[in-house]
Design a protein around this ligand. Structure first.
Ligand code: FAD
Ligand code: NAD
Length: 467
């Protein structure tokens, strides 16, 4: 029987970061992970493998569609999917192995097995092999993450109706792929295959793809995805899916009730994820769920049971790795008597399509709904020298600012390296910068970041210099 100050359940970005911070702050820490690899969804079947395939497929796509114009001719260009998947798996193994190293370095005890609460201070762990282990702990951080969601009446059979996990390991490039849901997972993984020649059909319930982001972004992204062969059907609610042999048929209806049926090799279910608390024994520890099945937490991420906290995908809020990480740090520092704070409004959202999409702060629709008096400025990448040099002319940066104070309230961008560029907006907004502040700062030339400066110039008195 082992005794710990803190035990973390789940080794995803929430859990492993929480464990490291607890150990840094002097707590005797254990982490329990039911799989044999550390890193959770993000490292094993999420962020990292999807980005590895996005990078590989982007290289192929560029070689096919852009190299000639750059003066580079390649004969017999083709995809070796087996090698692409092998490289992806190596990236995952190395990254997950790195977490093992960090656990050792910080003297965190790693326990393999499925954790179940027996009471609020006792956790029973069933390893893959061997007998159950009992862990006694003063405090616990639950970071058990999420799993793919499906629609009523549609079973993810993992063969033809697949989730992101299976899509990351397909053996052949599908001729056709149907995406149920035009959100982040669908569009990222759809891009991977679309770039390699798959005909992708998107069925999205809302009136635009990536509907929770600023409307202008979804519109622009749809334009960029069409040349990849994407057929995008918005305002289409999927109602069923069936498999016959190697063909999957997805049924949907538009907002007027008109029925459509789409056939494909595979259908990727990408309608969101749900919190994972199976066989966690929450009832034995008195930990309550909210009506959406998430672990209920207060502003300090404390659950209904004293000494038990929850973070990441298993609680409310955006299901993002960096959100889970911030929460892991917050809980650890609170336990050590510190007073950390997370500004949830400033957690950026990124979609790793090409062009990339990135966003932080209020959207135009939110500002309008709040009755805020705001101004907007924007700058298109087609007017950027750097973007012209790299042939990445699609997209723009859009900035919303308070009409009276000029404080930046939201930044929404679609374009080359937007995923990295959004960091400037986060820093600016954390320091409550005005558009004038950014407009007066030197941005290296030629860089994509100049588009941010120009959008701020546009927002403060329409004085963009290069348009
Ligand atoms: P998870 O990463 O889900 O980890 C939870 C861990 O807990 C798992 O390892 C699980 O095995 C373990 N566990 C569960 N129950 C138990 C138990 N009872 N006992 C022991 N162990 C248990 N987010 C981004 O920010 N950027 C991206 O680019 C991005 N890309 C993504 C791509 C895909 C395809 C997917 C599916 C997700 C992506 N996400 C991305 C979301 C991101 O993966 C999650 O938000 C993040 O992993 C949540 O971290 P977490 O620590 O809360 O949970
Ligand atoms: P999502 O919420 O991004 O998108 C789901 C989409 O499905 C929505 O647009 C929704 O309107 C649509 N939908 C729901 N029901 C439908 C129906 N019956 N018919 C048609 N469309 C329907 O969810 P996701 O793409 O599955 O991703 C899950 C989570 O993983 C997200 O919370 C996301 O934050 C996270 N993730 C993040 C990244 C990233 O940060 N780059 C990448 C992948 C996943």
């Amino acid at each position: 029987m082992d005794k710990f100050d803190v035990t973390v359940i789940g080794s995803g970005p929430g859990g492993y970061v929480a464990a490291i911070r607890c150990a840094q702050l002097g707590m005797k820490t254990a982490i329990i992970e039911r799989y044999n690899t550390l890193g959770g969804t993000c490292l094993n079947v999420g962020c990292i493998p999807s980005k590895a395939l996005l990078d590989s497929s982007e290289h192929f796509h560029n070689a096919q569609s852009k190299f000639k114009e750059h003066g580079i001719n390649i004969k017999d260009l083709k995809v070796d999917l087996k090698q692409m998947i092998k490289r992806k798996n190596e990236v995952v193994e190395q990254t997950s192995g790195g977490i093992g190293f960090l656990m050792k370095k910080n003297k965190i005890e790693v326990i393999q097995g499925h954790a179940t609460f027996k009471d609020k201070n006792t956790i029973e762990v069933q390893p893959d092999k061997g007998k159950k282990i009992t862990v006694v702990t003063a405090k616990t951080i639950i970071a058990t993450g999420s799993k793919p969601m499906s629609l009523p009446g549609i079973e993810i059979d993992k063969k033809r109706i697949i989730s992101s996990t299976e899509a990351l390991n397909l053996k052949t490039i599908p001729k056709s792929l149907i995406l149920i849901g035009g959100g982040v997972i669908g569009l990222e993984l759809g891009s991977v295959f679309g770039r390699m020649g798959t005909k992708v059909t998107v069925l999205e319930y809302m009136d635009s793809i990536i509907p929770t982001m600023d409307k202008a972004l979804g519109k622009e992204l749809a334009k960029s995805l069409k040349p990849l062969g994407f057929e995008i059907l918005v305002n289409h609610k999927v109602t069923g899916a069936s498999v016959k042999g190697n063909v999957v048929t997805v049924a949907a209806e538009d907002k007027n009730g008109k029925k459509v049926s789409v056939k494909g090799d595979y259908c990727l279910m990408a309608v969101g994820r749900k919190p994972y608390t199976d066989n966690l024994g929450l009832e034995n520890a008195g930990v309550k769920l909210d009506p959406q099945g998430r672990i209920e937490v207060n502003d300090h991420l404390a659950t209904s049971t004293e000494g038990i906290y929850a973070i990441g995908d298993v609680i409310k809020g955006a299901m993002l790795a960096h959100k889970a990480e911030e929460e892991g740090v917050l809980v650890a520092e609170q336990m050590a008597g510190q007073k950390p704070h997370i500004n949830y409004r400033l957690i950026p959202g990124v979609v790793y399509t090409w062009p990339e999409v990135a966003s932080v702060g209020y959207t135009e629709a939110e500002l309008k709904a709040d009755g805020r008096n705001f101004r907007s400025g924007s700058f298109p990448f087609k007017a950027s020298g750097r973007a012209r040099a790299s042939m990445d002319l699609e997209g723009f940066v859009k900035v919303h600012v308070d009409a009276e104070t000029d404080e930046i309230l939201g930044v929404h961008m679609i374009g080359p390296r937007a995923a990295d560029m959004i960091a400037e907006a986060v820093v600016a907004m954390e320091y409550r910068a005005s558009a004038e502040d950014i407009a007066r700062m030197s941005h290296a030339h030629p860089t994509f970041t100049e588009a941010m400066k120009e959008a701020c110039l546009d927002a403060t008195g329409k004085r963009a210099l290069h348009i």
